[in-house]
Design a protein around this ligand. Sequence first.
Ligand SMILES: [Mn+2]
Length: 213
Amino acid sequence: MRGEWATIRIGVAVSPLESNSGDGYIVRDYGGQTLIVVADGLGHGLRAFEAVDTLRKLIELAPVMPLPDLLLWCHKQMRQTRGAAVAALLLDRAGRTVTYSGIGNIAFWHIITRVGVITSKRMVSGILGYREVAPTAITFSYVEGDRLLLHTDGVQGNLRAHLEIWHHPPERTALDVIDLFSTGQDDALALVVRLGRGDPQVLEQVCTAKPTE
Ligand SMILES: [Mn+2]
């Protein structure tokens, strides 16, 4: 399809347990580089929301710096909050690379759609804003059309069991991930990226939480 990879297309589906979601995301574009952050405030409800909201404000005003430095800079200023699990990605369109860094339990997957390979990437343990953290950064290459998935721990299950969802537009895949895998016992957020050449475009959808079985 012509122009298929014209944009970095980002689909987000959020399923909050309460009126304020303790799971959140931030996308910032620097022209050629795109920063994507997903965060899960400890627990859920208002105080979890406040931790992620503090992080959002920090990321929005942060100067450009390497991802581990950015996370440490936020960490120091989040000590009065409950803390959050955080994953940060920096997409470089010219070099076709993804650099990632994270603290705590945010899952990160790279899906090479054309061959159906799904790789999980590990984050360093800890909680941003609490005790000591030691973020590191890892870089890998991508091909346009590959997908990335970030999700919080309100999503659990075998993502490799449903390969068909990776061929959908990212906003649809994000909804599929929530429908198939949200636990219904925590806030849940799935952010899917279809890698491309142009400026990022974000499509967000809020879903109602599943009733707990
Ligand atoms: Mn959670």
